[in-house]
Design a protein around this ligand. Structure first.
Ligand code: NI
Length: 137
């Protein structure tokens, strides 16, 4: 088994809000991040797949195909979009780094031929990232 990681980047706007809470509760929990006009981040995505090396090619997966899948399933949907307003999975779920990692897993799982999705890592900034391995607690 070998693990292969491909990176992609996207820039998106978001805000954090719990509709069950008062404005003061939202402000207390989320601070400036509760501003519904949103703010932006330059996200970095790392997708790690696990599989066996094909002796004919030396590859686990077709790298161009993996890049195209990330582009189609994630980057084209998230990049230069407002996650809360324009991406369905965040209509009622805060687009935190944690939830973005889970959502990307859901978008990619089962779509990569000849390899198993191992880890989705999302950096919101250089010193903050979330990892998801597909476990549902
Ligand atoms: Ni933010």
């Amino acid at each position: 088994m070998i693990y292969l990681t491909r990176k992609a980047e996207f820039s998106s706007a978001h805000f954090y809000f719990n509709p069950l809470w008062t404005p003061d509760q939202n402000l207390a929990a989320f601070g400036k991040c509760a501003n519904p006009n949103g703010h932006g981040h330059n996200y970095t995505l790392e997708v790690t797949v696990a599989g066996e090396v094909d002796p004919a090619t030396g590859f686990v997966v077709d790298l161009k195909l993996l890049k195209d899948i990330l582009e189609r399933e994630v980057v084209s949907v998230y990049d230069h979009h407002h996650l809360n307003h324009e991406v369905p999975e965040f209509a009622a779920t805060n687009p935190t780094t944690e939830n973005i990692a889970v959502a990307i897993w859901t978008r990619l799982d089962g779509k990569i031929p000849n390899a198993r999705l191992h880890r989705v890592r999302v950096y919101e900034m250089a010193d903050l990232f979330a990892d998801f391995y597909g476990e549902t607690a």
